[in-house]
Design a protein around this ligand. Structure first.
Ligand code: NDP
Ligand code: 2IT
Length: 452
């Protein structure tokens, strides 16, 4: 986005203030910088937001809870981890957002995720504020019992800060169905209440159909709307996906169902390239490998010998039409963006949160590549979490068709908002559209409450 001198100065000054107030929180700085790049000009053009110092207020979380989590491993050794819950903004609904268990979790990572979640949740049109939590606990190589003891210990403290009308956690990296079940079971025991305080639950105890698939499916629904605007279709497109977790696998499943060819998946050790495409049968093998056996992706090439495994590499040097980064933050940098563009990439949709660096996003925009930012493209997961809460309150489970059709409707609505707020010449700037549409909802609620 090109800014006038005055706008550029205001953006620069504001971001320097963010860096000064939040030293060393690089991921948080990055998320705020991406946001203000498009929102500051809008604020400057609308005096009520500028006079209300709304951006200053929106970039300060409501509160952050930090606590110790001690647990005993299978050998009787005691471990201490650190955990957080960032309750960023509840202007339009109770705090809502996932929990991440990964050794690289820091306060900065959780603040960036919670900040993004505020505007993503607003875009869904459901009454959800934004929060995020997690721990620097590494679930890799731990037994089920160790995971259980860690989750139970974490919930002893977390249960004091959450509730079905206060803050509703869910999954994220390292937190899937197994972890949510241990967390929910402990919450229920501590509070003696069976309520929808966590989402992503098992189907027989309050979970929603399609929640597992929702983020990945939603990314594909959103992509279809982007392609439709250019009279293009998914069928026949070649695609790259990074990650091999919840988001990546179900993104691959839906792309394959729609006739696109998925050629790559990755994990933190490397990526697989299957030129024949990762079809439904291969995906069934991968679901068992990753979600049941919890093994490494490199095993894929043992079974499918036409595929190649690239140790320690990312998939972005492979030639394809569409790319879906679905693993983690900053996994696609400027050099990767250049390689993709050189190879004729048409569209990038962020399945993960902030997977593209600021420089990579800027480069895609300069080259007029269709680019869907995370807060729009991956909102399907939290949207179906919202629908899980609705079903919990109604005490009525919906069918697969009902939930999927609501998800499709929500993704269409998010796309529509991006088009409305992101108009640029005769195209759509999805970064600007998603940021401003999310901003307006939250900012208007905050202004209505007065100063606080
Ligand atoms: P999972 O834990 O299911 O999978 C994560 C995947 O990413 C794994 O393949 C993992 O590989 C890889 N990965 C994790 N950290 C790194 C790293 N530092 N470098 C390289 N690869 C890494 O998580 P999800 O699929 O749920 O989440 C993926 C992304 O999607 C995250 O950014 C998350 O915030 C976002 N997201 C998730 C939603 C959800 O509903 N689950 C909703 C919206 C966004 P390995 O196994 O080797 O660690
Ligand atoms: O980043 C995200 O949107 C999630 N991890 C899902 C959050 C949720 O509450 O379902």
């Amino acid at each position: 986005m090109v800014h006038s001198k005055n706008e550029a100065d205001r953006i620069k000054l504001f971001n320097l203030g963010i860096i000064e107030r939040n030293p060393a929180e690089h991921e948080f700085h990055q998320a705020v910088q991406e946001f203000t790049g498009s929102v500051m000009p809008y604020v400057m053009a609308n005096a009520k937001y500028d006079d209300g110092h709304i951006l200053q207020r929106m970039t300060e979380p409501d509160r952050i809870v930090i606590f110790r989590v001690c647990w005993e491993d299978d050998k009787g050794h005691i471990h201490c981890n650190r955990a957080w819950r960032v309750q960023f903004n509840n202007a339009i609904g109770p705090y809502k957002g996932g929990l991440r268990f990964h050794p690289n979790v820091t306060q900065s990572v959780l603040k960036f995720l919670a900040f993004e979640q505020v505007y993503k949740n607003a875009l869904t049109g459901l009454p959800m504020g934004g929060g995020k939590g997690g721990s620097d606990f590494d679930p890799k190589g731990k037994s089920d019992r160790e995971i259980m003891r860690f989750c139970q210990s974490l919930m002893i403290e977390l249960s004091n800060h959450i509730g079905e009308d206060t803050d509703i956690p869910a999954g994220d990296i390292g937190v899937g169905g197994r972890e949510i079940s241990y967390l929910f079971g402990q919450y229920k025991r501590l509070k003696n209440r069976f309520v929808g305080t966590l989402t992503g639950k098992g189907l027989s105890y309050g979970g929603s159909l399609i929640r597992t698939e929702a983020t990945g499916y939603g990314v594909v629904y959103f992509t279809q709307h982007m392609l439709n605007m250019r009279n293009e279709k998914l069928a026949g497109k070649t695609t790259l996906i990074s990650g091999a977790g919840n988001v990546a696998i179900f993104c691959a499943e839906k792309l394959t169902s729609e006739g696109a060819k998925v050629m790559t998946l990755s994990d933190s050790s490397g990526f697989i390239y299957d030129p024949d495409g990762i079809d439904h049968q291969k995906l069934a093998f991968l679901k068992e490998l990753k979600f049941v056996k919890r093994q490494r992706l490199s095993e894929y090439t043992q079974k499918y010998s036409q595929a190649t495994y690239y140790q320690g590499k990312r998939p972005w040097m492979i030639k394809a039409d569409l790319a879906f980064p679905c693993a983690t933050q900053n996994e696609l940098e400027l050099e990767d963006a250049k390689a993709l563009v050189n190879n004729g990439i048409q569209l990038i949709a962020e399945g993960a949160n902030m997977p593209c660096s600021l420089e990579a996003v800027q480069y895609f925009q300069e080259k007029s590549i269709l680019f869907a930012p995370a807060k729009a493209a991956n909102a399907g997961g939290v949207a179906v979490s919202g629908l899980e809460q609705t079903q919990n309150s109604l005490r009525l489970p919906w069918t697969r068709e009902e939930v999927d059709s609501r998800l499709q409707h929500i993704m269409a609505h998010i796309h529509q908002q991006c088009v409305e707020y992101g108009a640029k010449d005769d195209a759509t700037d999805y970064v600007k559209g998603a940021n401003i549409a999310g901003f307006v909802k939250v900012a208007d609620a905050m202004l209505a409450y007065g100063i606080g």
